[in-house]
Every structure is written in structure tokens, then in C-alpha cells.
Design a protein around this ligand. Sequence first.
Ligand code: NAD
Ligand code: UDP
Length: 336
Amino acid sequence: MMDLIRSDVRDIVRALDRADFKGKIALVTGGAGFLGSWLCDVLIELGARVYCVDNFASGRWENISHLASEENFVFIEHDVSKPLEIKEKLDYIFHFASRASPFEFEHYPLEIIDANTLGTRNMLELARKNDARFIFASTSEIYGQPDVVPTPETYWGYVNPIGIRSCYDESKRLGETITMAYHRQYGVDVRIVRIFNTYGPRMRADGVYGRVVPRFISQALNREPITVFGDGSQTRSFCYVTDLITGVLKFAVLENGNGEVVNLGNPREVSILELAHIIKKLTNSDSPIEFHPLPPDDPPRRCPDISKAQKLLNWKPKVELEEGLKKTIEWYKGEI
Ligand code: NAD
Ligand code: UDP
């Protein structure tokens, strides 16, 4: 593991109570992906035993290879849309398996739907059998194109059910529904995290599938044009990965979190054009900014209302955008 990630993992560990996870058994689906691999790192560091499940749809072995020698780390190559059994009794299931990049929505809609619906049901079944706590990685996308920004958890969403993004939005919405159905019908302890745009080391920058932050960073570092879609006035709110993972784990251990849904993200809203300029500056790049057509249904604004997380979890993001981007840029320099 690179020093930068190691020191970030230690920061997260300091913000949490080791006693909550020591000796516990956790299963992380999507564990070879961006967020899942950070969860695995932190859980191992906290003394948990970790089952990491992934089919490498969008994850990479390199994200977790450093954990292979850990006695408490078990990797299972498996597609979550098929049922899964584990011999040991699980305490926590973090269901994070799903492709999450808009470019993938176009090419893998059915796989995405399966991971968030069948996959969610299979993992809930496992939670029910194990009397384990279930944490579902939902998304700000379930709000669609909200009329209320910053958006609170009480907003129901405004989503195009047949649009290009619907395989993701609607399957996450059904994933939430299945999660609440298991809670109501079988009494499973469930928690739903609505994650807003998160970035950091290990987010894929390769080829066409990257999200905006790694794409702009690799374009800037390679002195290629930075591709802004539309006029760049659409906004997003970017959370550094350490803040997000801290929030997820605080929520997972919360005494009175059963059946709750919480937004996690950074409330600083920036336009995509502004992001392009910040990344250009931080990388000292002379890349030109190039404008391309805006993809259909691209949400014009996205920003979380995090007052519930602040109150319930005593949590708020600590890492400023520029600081998080600097770390991310350092990491990508090592990758390129
Ligand atoms: P990622 O693509 O890096 O990770 C997803 C992981 O899930 C990959 O390792 C992939 O191989 C695995 N996977 C996909 N389908 C699978 C299947 N059927 N069976 C087993 N494994 C499968 O993406 P990420 O950014 O780490 O996202 C993780 C989760 O967080 C996703 O559920 C995503 O929807 C959610 N989320 C992420 C963000 C973000 O900004 N990063 C925002 C909102 C929600
Ligand atoms: N975007 C962009 N150029 C790119 C990639 C993305 O302008 O090369 C824009 C995209 O249109 C969206 C925002 O950046 O408005 C965030 O895109 P991302 O793919 O990270 O995911 P989203 O937040 O849309 O789910």
C-alpha cells in the first residue's frame, strides 16, 4: 500500500473507536473497487476479519493485493447477483458492489440492475441468516434532478424511469425498497447511505470509464485537453474518500441507526468548469479546456443537505477540496 493511502487509513482509524470492530466479521461486496477497498483497509486496520467479495466488473486486484497476506482477509471472487453462503457468522454486511460510472450505464445496464436488486436481495438474505447488520451503498442519484438543493433525505426524488441513467437510479431506488422490506418483514438491522460524489486514490481513471475527477486529473497530467461536458455550469459536491469512509463506519456502528437513511457527502458545491480550472492549477497544466455535448439527463445541480448526518453521527467532512485533490493528484502521478 502506498504511504499516502496508509496515512489516510490511519486518519480514518483515529476518528473511529477500535472496540467497535475488533474481532468482528464483516463482508464487503465490491471490495476490489474504489470505496470497497478503502473499507477493507480500514476494517482490517481496526482488527476486524474481512470477507471481500467482487467479480472484477469494475474493480482491480491491485486495490487489495496488499491485503492478501493478512490472516484476517479472505477474498471471494463472486457475482452478487447469485446467492452466497459464508461458513462463519457475519456481524456486518457492506453492500457496495455496483458499477457506478455514467459511461457504464450505457454499456452494462442489466448488470447494474442485477447488482442493485438481485444482489441487494441476496446480501439481505445473508444478513437475515446471520443476524448481521446490513449497510446499503445508495446514491445521491436516487434524487434524480431534484427541485430542492441542497437535498435532504426527506426529498423523494425526480427521476426519469426510462432514461439512460435509469438502470442506476431506479435500481438503487429498488435496492432501498428491498432493504426496507427486509427490515419491516424480517426485522433485519439495515442502514442506507446515500453517497454523494466521492473521489480519491484508487478511483479508476482508465479509458472511457472514469468519473470526472480522475478524468480531469489524468487529462491535465498528460497535457491532453480537459473535456468539459455542456458549458460546465452543472454542479457537483465532491467528498474526499477518508471523510466518506469515516461517515459510513460511524453510521454502521451507531446504536440507534437501525432503519435509518443518511446522506453522506461534502456540501461545497462547485461547477464542473470551476473544477476543471482548479485541477489545471493544482497540476500546473497547460491543457486546453474543450467543450463537448452534455450527456442526456445529466443532473444540473447536486449538493447534499448533511444536517441529519451531522446530528445523528456527529460527522462532517474535514478535507477541503483543494487538499483532497492534491493528494489524489499525487497518487495518480504514481500511477501514470
Ligand atoms: P467501483 O466501480 O470502483 O466499485 C464497484 C465494485 O463493485 C467493483 O470492484 C466491481 O468489480 C464490483 N462489482 C460490480 N458488480 C458486481 C457484481 N455483480 N458482483 C460482485 N462485484 C461487483 O465504484 P465505487 O465508486 O467504489 O462505488 C462503490 C459503491 O458506492 C457502488 O454501489 C456505488 O453505486 C456507490 N456510490 C459511489 C459513489 C462515488 O462517488 N464513488 C457515489 C454514490 C454511490
Ligand atoms: N463530466 C465532464 N467531463 C468528463 C466527465 C464528466 O464534464 O470528462 C461531467 C458530467 O457531465 C457530470 C459531472 O462531470 O456533469 C460529474 O460526472 P461523473 O461522471 O463524475 O458522475 P455523475 O456525478 O454525473 O454521476
